[in-house]
Design a binder for this molecule. Structure first.
Ligand code: CP
Length: 337
């Protein structure tokens, strides 16, 4: 494996193979597997789980890591090409990334969407430009339109809980939020569930449909595994028989880059907050999933989040086991991508 940029770079069999390794590492620790290896973690945006789980995972495998958060004790970094750097940024990623890579064996990068230009964000160009100047394996710790580490942990969570792949009903539901949020997690979740072979429904109000390239990618993934992908605004029929309700807010592509108009557009949608009654016609053991962080009583009610359906902490833990498998493959090898 040469890097871990997108789940779409992997076949369903390759993902399952990686998750078998994750389970093995969970059950049978390998505290010296990555002895002497160093992971650099470059965070342009905040994190709790991603930062802590990569550092903990690297330590559990006997390696070490360091964290750079540009502008917080280190230079502000410029990511745009061809600009006159007479502003706040003292250094360009074209130098900074090869420098960091020279100290490490792999580099994780978190770089959220700019949120102004939908086409540029869908192309994930900032992230890819950084990955291209890195001479070491790169791990996507959340880019403009993808969060493959979250997807991998979520797949493992569903496996752990015995949630069916073929025939399993996965509902990704939009939820209200005070801010327009990126497309990375919903895009990753819909792709992951489709690649797992599930019957995927994207439940969202009108005007919040995921962009066509995201849906098209998910449909291609579904075709590999015998799953399906559709979208609807009809909550009742979407939730019928669901095995998973995965909540997430995302910005309306209709008003992308215009937060004022987007705020007006979503103003009447506060009832898109997952509550107990959403599960009335779902499968009896239907689970609630969310990547975290989550705003209580905004995205989901306390009763759901504190109840037996919620698996959000398990998802967060599985980030670590899944990422350990990625690190193991990247830094110890064994072929494939
Ligand atoms: N789910 C997730 O990536 O969490 P953090 O933003 O806290 O890393």
């Amino acid at each position: 494996m040469k890097g871990f940029l997108h789940l779409s770079d992997f076949s369903p069999e390759e993902v399952r193979d990686l998750l078998e390794l994750a389970v093995r590492l969970e059950r049978h620790p390998e505290p010296e597997a990555l002895k002497g290896k160093i992971l650099a973690l470059l965070f342009f945006n905040p994190s709790l789980r991603t930062l802590a789980s990569f550092q903990a995972g690297m330590s559990r495998l006997g390696g070490s890591s360091f964290v750079i958060s540009p502008g917080q004790g280190t230079w502000i970094l410029e990511t745009r090409d061809g600009v006159v750097m007479d502003g706040a940024a003292a250094e360009h990623v074209r130098e900074a990334i090869p420098v960091l890579a020279s100290y490490a064996d792999a580099l994780g990068i978190r770089s959220f969407a700019g949120g102004a230009d939908l086409a540029a964000d869908l192309a994930d160009s900032t992230f890819h430009q950084m990955a291209e100047v890195c001479p070491r394996p790169v791990i996507n710790m959340e880019s403009a339109v993808d969060h493959p580490c979250q997807a991998l942990g979520d797949w493992k969570t569903m496996d752990d809980l015995g949630i069916p792949d073929t025939g399993g009903k996965f509902v990704l539901s939009w939820a209200w939020h005070p801010k327009p949020l990126p497309l990375a997690v919903p895009a990753a979740a819909v792709h992951m569930a489709a690649l797992r072979g599930m019957e995927v429904t994207v439940l969202r109000p009108e005007g919040f449909g995921l962009p066509e390239p995201v849906m098209e990618g998910a449909r291609r993934a579904a075709a590999l595994s015998g799953g399906s992908v559709r979208e609807t605004a009809e909550r009742g029929e979407a939730l019928e028989g669901a095995h998973v309700i995965y909540a997430k807010s995302w910005t309306s592509p209709v008003h992308y880059g215009n937060p004022e108009a987007e705020a007006v557009f979503r103003a009447g949608l506060r009832d898109w907050c997952v509550d107990e009654d959403w599960f009335a016609d779902a499968a009896p053991d239907c689970r609630f999933m969310h990547c975290l962080p989550v705003r209580r009583n905004v995205v989901v009610k306390d009763a759901v989040l504190d109840g037996p359906r919620s698996v959000v902490v398990r998802e967060a833990e599985n980030r670590m086991w899944a990422q350990m498998a990625v690190l193991h493959r990247l830094l110890r090898g064994s072929g494939g991508n």
